[in-house]
Write a protein that binds this ligand. Structure first.
Ligand code: PLP
Length: 384
């Protein structure tokens, strides 16, 4: 397929999707009449197979505790609105996305709760020790964005999980930017709950994702309804996976996610990471030390899947607008749905320009971006 523009917004959603994903979507549309009959063996086997494949990729032994949702937003809402509502304190970090901050706001208002927002450094890194200091006897939950969607900084998740265990507090990881991007091993790292999305680095279609919830954790379901199971009973089934999967599921999307996982395994995560790192590093090496460019980047903690920056005298959204309209280069400018981090990065009030290449981005496309950014630097100088 010929691209009409340079797409550098893969942190929002990956594009294009691999051929294997396209084929899986097509195949599952053709097979849907067999799928929707919930009691059917075909459906059960297929869904179990997808669940097992994705669970294995995430390092989960008990695949039955992996539930499909419409994405990270639904997964996080499920936990925020249904986990341990009696304890009234939550620990979050300044790097959180609005998919955490808004359900948190709801919980604070409805349950008269309180939250501690743990700060980050100027690259978005959160010190595990600061999380430790924020825990109180009433803390129900620690929520952490594993990989910042603004800076690409990756948190020390195993260390944070160990701290949570030490204090008997459960940990919810927002892995929207990390699943399929950096290595995750839920069981090994001791993660209690993990929300993930299918349409970013897993290469699935939009409206896909899921939540892992450890066996010993009980959460009030966000939705109840038909399951095709125990239909005579008004009481909603408590068995997995029905408990958190009311209604007709997004079979096509789930199939696309499973195919995305297959694609990553075939290509290998290391090769995909290496490719993105090479492209992101091209940009960083070019502009490091340039006084007209401010980079928001950690040399040691970055996932190297994206880079955020600003150009002197141009607001981030305006720069993204010019790149799209004058150069046909799609990046994202602004706050990136993460309003708190910018205070720590020094990028208030306008946010940053975020460039996120994908596995299908070429070095030639990065060169086009670099040339366009030089032109924007000149434009910025004229605004002085
Ligand atoms: C860090 C982070 N959390 C949550 C989300 C929301 O994910 P979803 O689109 O699957 O609801 C995003 C997506 O932009 C994200 O980057």
């Amino acid at each position: 397929m010929k691209k009409r523009y340079v797409y550098l917004n893969n942190a929002a959603t990956t594009y294009p999707k691999p051929e294997a994903v396209e084929q899986a979507v097509l195949k599952s549309i053709r097979e849907i009449p067999q799928n929707v009959h919930r009691g059917g063996l075909f459906f059960q086997d297929k869904m179990d197979d997808y669940r097992k494949r994705i669970a294995k990729f995430l390092g989960v032994r008990n695949y039955k505790r992996l539930f499909f949702t419409s994405g990270s937003t639904e997964a996080i809402n499920l936990i925020m609105k249904g986990y341990d509502l009696c304890r009234r304190h939550i620990v979050v970090t300044a790097t959180e996305h609005n998919s955490v901050l808004r359900p948190l706001h709801h919980r604070l208002r409805i349950h008269m709760s309180d939250a501690a927002v743990v700060p980050c450094d100027e690259t978005g890194y959160v010190s595990p020790d600061d999380i430790r200091k924020a825990i109180q006897p009433e803390t129900a939950l620690i929520v952490i964005n594993h990989c910042s969607n603004v800076t690409g900084t990756v948190q020390d998740i195993a260390e944070i999980a160990a701290i949570a265990r030490e204090y008997g507090v459960k940990l919810l990881v927002d892995a929207s930017q990390s699943v399929g991007n950096v290595k995750i091993n839920i069981d090994k790292d001791g993660i209690d709950m993990l929300a993930f999305t299918g349409h970013k680095s897993l290469f699935g279609t939009t409206g896909t994702g899921g939540i892992y919830i450890k066996e010993d954790i009980s959460v009030i379901p966000l939705k109840t309804g038909g399951t095709g199971y125990k239909s005579r009973e008004l009481e909603y089934p408590r068995e997995s996976p029905y408990i958190y999967e009311a209604g007709t599921q997004n079979y096509i999307g789930i199939a696309s996610m499973a195919a995305g996982v297959g694609f990553i395994k075939k290509e290998t995560l290391e090769k995909i990471q290496e490719h993105k790192k090479r492209l992101v590093s091209m940009f960083i090496e070019e502009f490091k030390g340039n006084p007209a460019i401010k980079l928001y980047h950690s040399e040691t903690k970055s996932s190297y899947s994206l880079v955020s920056f600003n150009i002197e005298n141009i607001e981030a959204e305006e720069a993204a607008f010019i790149l799209a309209n004058s150069f046909s280069i799609l990046v994202r400018g602004g706050l990136h749905c993460a309003p708190l981090i910018h205070k720590y990065l020094g990028s208030e009030p306008h946010g940053t320009i975020r460039v996120s290449p994908g596995y299908f981005t070429t070095a030639e496309e990065m060169k086009q971006l670099i040339e366009a950014v030089y032109k924007l630097i000149d434009y910025g100088k004229k605004q002085d």
